[in-house]
Design a protein around this ligand. Structure first.
Ligand SMILES: NC(=O)c1ccc[n+]([C@@H]2O[C@H](COP(=O)([O-])OP(=O)(O)OC[C@H]3O[C@@H](n4cnc5c(N)ncnc54)[C@H](OP(=O)(O)O)[C@@H]3O)[C@@H](O)[C@H]2O)c1
Length: 344
C-alpha cells in the first residue's frame, strides 16, 4: 500500500454501539488517525470502558463535547434528533462529515414532522447531504463533503429492491424484518430489560415505522414494512414479499441481480441448491460488511420472495459509513472492511 498522510478522524456519540463499531474499524484502518472520541457520560475515561473488545488496541480516552478537535472527517453517531441543531458547528470544524443518525437522510423537510414528529431546524442543509448507500450513489458519495448513512432496516430493503424496481413494474412490496437488539442502541429501556427482551418475537411497529420514509424516497415506490424484535444481538433478516406486474422467471431475477451487483464488493447473491445456509442468514454476516440477498419464486401465487441479511452495526451502520469514508477520501472502498464472518 502506498505511503500517505493519515486522515484525522473524530467521532461524536463514541460511547454508543455504532461508535464502538466505528472505532473497531477505524483503529485498524491504515490511513486513519482517530483524534477525538466524544462522550458526555464517559469524558476522561478510556474508550475501552464502553468498548471492552478494544482492550490492548488503543489507549484513547473519551473527550467532553467541548474538547472536540478539528478533524478531516467527523463521524456523528448520536440518537436521531440530537445532531440536527448542532450540525452547522460540526461543518465548521471538519472538512467532511458522515452522520449516522436519521437527521439528514430525508430530502423533503416536510418528512421530518410527518415521520419523526418534529420540524427540522436546518432544512437548507437537507439537499446537501448525499444518501450514503454506495450501491445507489457511489459517484455522488465520491464527490460529497457531507453524507447521511442509511438506516439499518432501510439498507436491508433498498439494496434488494433497487434492481427489481429498475427492471420490473412492481405492483406491491411487503417487507417483514427481524431485528436484533443492538439496533436499539446502548441506552437501556423497559423494552430492552432482559426478562422482557429475551425470547421474544415482538411486533413493535407493525405500521408507520420511520424507515419507510427513506425507503420510499430512494425507490420512488410505496412500500409496506413491519419490523419484529427477535432473539438476536446483531443482525437483520428482511423477507420481502414482492408482486410484479410483469411475467418473470427465476432466471430473470438472477440476471437482474447479477447485472446490478456483479461488481459490488459487499453484495452477495446467496441461493444454493443444498446445504444448511441456502439463503441469507444474519449469523453468517455478523461482524462483516456484507449484504446477502437470496430469492425464490412462489409458483403457486407468482409472489417473489426476496431474503436479505445484514449486520445492523456493519452494513447497517458503521461498515457502510467506513465504505462511504473510503469513497469520499479517494481510497479503495474495501479498506478496513476485510472481515469475514464466523461459523458456527
Ligand atoms: N444501532 C444500530 O444498529 C444503528 C444502525 C443504523 C443507524 N443507527 C443510528 O446511529 C446512531 C447511533 O446509534 P447507537 O445504536 O450507537 O446509539 P447509542 O448506543 O444509544 O449511542 C448513542 C450515543 O450518543 C450519545 N447520546 C445519547 N443521548 C444523547 C443525547 N440526548 N444528546 C447527545 N448525545 C447523546 C451517547 O453518548 P454519551 O451520552 O456518553 O454522550 C451515545 O454514545 C443513532 O442515530 C441510530 O439511529 C444505529
Amino acid at each position: 500500500m502506498p505511503e500517505r498522510e493519515r486522515i484525522r478522524v473524530g467521532i461524536v456519540g463514541g460511547s454508543g454501539y455504532v461508535g464502538g463499531e466505528l472505532l473497531r474499524l477505524l483503529l485498524s484502518h491504515p490511513f486513519v488517525e482517530v483524534v477525538t472520541v466524544v462522550s458526555r457520560s464517559l469524558a476522561g475515561k478510556p474508550v475501552t470502558r464502553a468498548h471492552p473488545q478494544l482492550r490492548g488496541r488503543t489507549e484513547l480516552k473519551f473527550s467532553a463535547p467541548e474538547d472536540l478537535k478539528e478533524s478531516d472527517v467527523l463521524f456523528t453517531a448520536r440518537p436521531h434528533g440530537q445532531t440536527m441543531a448542532e450540525m452547522p458547528g460540526y461543518l465548521k470544524i471538519a472538512e467532511r462529515v458522515i452522520d449516522l443518525s436519521a437527521d439528514f437522510r430525508l430530502k423533503n423537510p416536510q418528512d421530518y414532522p410527518t415521520w419523526y414528529g418534529y420540524e427540522h431546524p436546518h432544512p437548507e442543509l437537507l439537499g446537501k447531504f448525499v444518501y450514503g448507500l454506495p450501491e445507489l450513489h457511489r459517484e455522488e458519495i465520491k464527490r460529497a463533503r457531507w453524507v447521511a448513512v442509511p438506516g439499518c432496516t432501510a439498507t436491508s430493503a433498498i439494496i434488494p429492491l433497487w434492481p427489481l424496481v429498475q427492471r420490473f413494474r412492481v405492483k406491491l412490496v411487503v417487507i417483514d424484518s427481524k431485528v436484533g437488539s443492538s439496533a436499539g442502541g446502548a441506552e437501556p429501556g423497559p423494552d430492552s430489560h432482559h426478562p422482557e427482551r429475551a425470547g421474544v418475537v415482538r411486533s413493535f411497529k407493525p405500521t408507520g415505522h420511520r424507515h419507510i420514509a427513506e425507503i420510499e424516497q430512494e425507490l420512488g415506490l410505496k412500500i409496506s414494512f413491519s419490523p419484529h424484535a427477535v432473539e438476536l444481538v446483531r443482525g437483520i433478516l428482511s423477507t420481502l414479499h414482492v408482486f410484479l406486474e410483469d411475467e418473470y422467471t427465476e432466471k430473470d431475477i438472477w440476471q437482474t441481480y447479477l447485472q446490478a451487483y456483479r461488481d459490488e464488493p459487499f453484495v452477495r447473491i446467496v441461493k444454493e441448491r443444498a446445504g444448511l445456509y441456502r439463503f441469507p442468514e444474519p449469523k453468517i454476516v455478523a461482524g462483516t460488511n456484507f449484504c446477502d440477498i437470496g430469492f425464490e419464486k412462489d409458483e403457486h401465487t407468482g409472489r417473489l420472495v426476496v431474503i436479505c441479511a445484514i449486520d445492523n452495526l456493519m452494513k447497517g451502520a458503521a461498515g457502510q459509513a467506513v465504505q462511504c469514508f473510503n469513497l469520499m477520501c479517494g481510497l479503495d472502498e474495501k479498506i478496513g472492511l476485510d472481515h469475514w464472518g464466523l461459523h458456527p
